[in-house]
Design a protein around this ligand. Structure first.
Ligand code: DHB
Ligand code: MG
Length: 241
């Protein structure tokens, strides 16, 4: 079961052109002959069967993030919001030396993710920590300050959207120089700039990242709009100085 299947009836904005283009490009650039595709597909299927929400990264975005880690030769990555482990598996498979620390508040999601990453053969490099990001991230920061952990060259924030800025703010303090921070679900079919939506938690959380990052001398950031088989959305990419 390819990831796109689970997005089909999940209520996302879709366009046959976006889906057809992802189908075509993935067929060539991520062909089923890649042995780990079966593990990615399995993670999607197991997550669905276990009742996890259909909100994982799309294959294109997960691969894009994995390639960012490759460009940066990232050795330590942080993910906030593991869900079923799909993005972690992609990142770990494309970056054989990487260690991923992934934070998940929901014990059930974490358990499914652990099974998925183990089955994919990357369980030794994907450390899943169960707990609220607002508690776990400060602990990780202390670990780094006290030399028990290395700073992160890459961070992917994809959890409860109202805490986007809190996660971003602390992620900056845990980043390497030139470390990259990505924040998912920033555009939301353009709702980012629709005044009627400004009170909605995910839009509020997205706008806060944009407006705070813009004033923050620690980073240079950009928001990128994306379309694809999942929906019309986008992410913020920030590079730490
Ligand atoms: C939702 C969350 C996500 O991380 C995502 O990529 C898409 C949707 C959501 O909570 O609706
Ligand atoms: Mg997301």
């Amino acid at each position: 079961m390819p990831a796109g299947e689970i997005f089909k009836n999940a209520g996302y904005e879709q366009d046959p052109r976006w889906t057809a283009v992802d189908d075509y490009t993935l067929a060539h650039l991520q062909p089923s002959s890649r042995e780990y595709n079966q593990h990615l597909d399995y993670a999607i299927k197991a997550s669905r069967d276990e009742g996890l929400p259909p909100i994982s990264s799309s294959p294109v975005i997960a691969k894009f993030l994995a390639l960012q880690c490759s460009i940066g030769n990232v050795k330590n990555a942080l993910e906030v919001g593991t869900l079923g482990g799909y993005t972690s598996i992609f990142i770990a498979k494309l970056n054989p030396d990487i260690h991923i620390t992934s934070v998940e508040i929901n014990p059930k999601h974490a358990e499914v993710a652990r099974q998925n990453v183990t089955r994919a053969g990357v369980g030794d490099r994907v450390e899943i920590i169960v707990g609220p990001g607002l508690e776990v991230l400060p602990q990780l920061k202390r670990d780094i300050e006290e030399g028990r952990r290395q700073p992160f060259g890459f961070t992917f924030i994809d959890a409860d959207k109202e805490n986007n800025w809190a996660y971003f703010d602390i992620a900056v303090t845990m980043s390497t120089s030139k470390g990259c921070i990505f924040v998912d679900n920033i555009v939301r079919s353009g709702r980012l700039v629709d005044e009627k939506e400004f009170g909605e938690v995910s839009i509020k959380g997205a706008r806060e990242v944009i407006e705070m990052a813009g004033k923050d001398n620690r980073v240079e950031a950009v928001a990128v709009q994306t379309v694809g088989e999942k929906t019309y959305d986008g992410f913020v990419m920030a590079v730490c100085k």
